[in-house]
Design a protein around this ligand. Structure first.
Ligand SMILES: NC(=O)c1ccc[n+]([C@@H]2O[C@H](COP(=O)([O-])OP(=O)(O)OC[C@H]3O[C@@H](n4cnc5c(N)ncnc54)[C@H](OP(=O)(O)O)[C@@H]3O)[C@@H](O)[C@H]2O)c1
Length: 263
C-alpha cells in the first residue's frame, strides 16, 4: 500500500529515543521529511543521524523543550524555513512522575499539565494555521492507556492525558472541514528506556527485583508480552497516511489487549 507520505513534512516531538524516535523513523522510511525535537542535543543529533542513515531521508534535528513557548515557536519557524510547509504533527514528550493525590504538590500538577496537555495545545496552535492554509493535515497525539483506563498511582498521567483526549476530540470536530484529522494513540507497556526506568523505580519502591516487575506487567496483558515501539509507530504512520483521511477524533490503544473496554 502506498501511504502517500513521500515528500510530506512531519514534526515529531520528543523523538530522540523511544516511541517518538520509532515514529520518526517509520515516517522517514515512507519518504517523509522529518523534523525531530527533544531537549538534550547530543542524543537528538545521534537519533537524527541514525534515522537519516537507516531511512536514507532528510532529517532535521531541532533542540526544543515543548513546555517552552519560545522553543516551540522557534521549532516551527526552522521547519518552515527549511521545507516551507508542515503536513504532519506528532505530539509527544516524557511522562509525568507517579504519585498519589495526597503526595502531589500544585507545582507537580502544573508541570505535568504543561508537559502533556499544554505542550499539545501549544504545538497545535503553531501548526494548525499552516495546515488550514494547505487544506490538509494530520495530527497524532501519543498519550497512554492511562487516558482511557486510569492506572493506580499515576494520578498526573491519568488526569493530564484524559485532558489530551478531550482536547483532541474537540479539535478534530473544528478541523474536519479543513481535511485535517486529529487522533490519539494510547500505548500500553512498550519496551523503551522510560519503561526500563519505571521498572527500576517500581522495583526499588516495592522491594522486588526488576524481572519480577516485568513479569507482573506481562501477566496483566492478555498477550503476555510487552509492546515494541515499531508496533505503535506503524499505527501512527497509517493515521498520517492519505488512506486514513476518514479517521478522526479517535483514541486507539496499542496495548496487547490491556484496556478492558469494548469501545
Ligand atoms: N513506553 C511505554 O511503555 C509508555 C506507555 C504509555 C505511555 N507512554 C508515554 O509515551 C511517551 C513517550 O514514551 P517513551 O517510553 O518513548 O519515553 P522516553 O523513552 O522517556 O522518551 C521521551 C522522549 O521525549 C523527549 N522529551 C521529554 N521531555 C521533553 C520536553 N519537555 N520537550 C521535548 N522533548 C522532551 C525525550 O528527550 P529529552 O529528555 O532529551 O528531552 C525523549 O526523546 C511518554 O509521555 C510516556 O509517558 C509510554
Amino acid at each position: 500500500m502506498d501511504l502517500g507520505l513521500h515528500g510530506k513534512v512531519a514534526i515529531v516531538a520528543g523523538a530522540s529515543r523511544g516511541l517518538g524516535k520509532a515514529t520518526a523513523l517509520a515516517l522517514a522510511r515512507e519518504g517523509a521529511r522529518v523534523a525531530i525535537c527533544a531537549r538534550e542535543q547530543d542524543r537528538l543529533d545521534s537519533a537524527s543521524n541514525e534515522i537519516a542513515r537507516i531511512a536514507g531521508a532528510e532529517v532535521l534535528a531541532v533542540p526544543c523543550d515543548v513546555t517552552s513557548e519560545v522553543d516551540v515557536t522557534g521549532l516551527i519557524q526552522v521547519v518552515l524555513e527549511r521545507w516551507a510547509r508542515i503536513n504532519i504533527l506528532v505530539n509527544n514528550a516524557g511522562g509525568p512522575p507517579a504519585g498519589l493525590f495526597d503526595e502531589l504538590t500544585m507545582t507537580q500538577w502544573r508541570s505535568a499539565l504543561e508537559l502533556n496537555l499544554l505542550s499539545t495545545v501549544r504545538l497545535c496552535r503553531g501548526v494548525v494555521p499552516h495546515m488550514r492554509h494547505q487544506q490538509w493535515g494530520r495530527i497524532v497525539n501519543i498519550t497512554s492507556v492511562s487516558a482511557r483506563q486510569p492506572v493506580p498511582g499515576l494520578m498526573l498521567s491519568n488526569a493530564g492525558r484524559a485532558g489530551v483526549l478531550g482536547f483532541a476530540k474537540t479539535l478534530s470536530n473544528e478541523l474536519a472541514v479543513d481535511h485535517i484529522t486529529v487522533n490519539s494513540v494510547c500505548p500500553g507497556y512498550t519496551r523503551t528506556d522510560r519503561l526500563a526506568e519505571l521498572a527500576q523505580a517500581t522495583a526499588e519502591r516495592e522491594s522486588m527485583d526488576e524481572d519480577a516487575v516485568f513479569r507482573a506487567w506481562k501477566e496483566a496483558i492478555p498477550m503476555k508480552r510487552l509492546g515494541e515501539p515499531d508496533e505503535l509507530a506503524a499505527l501512527i504512520t497509517f493515521l498520517c497516511s492519505i488512506q486514513a483521511g476518514y479517521i478522526t477524533g479517535c483514541a486507539i490503544p496499542v496495548d496487547g489487549g490491556l484496556i478492558q473496554s469494548t469501545f
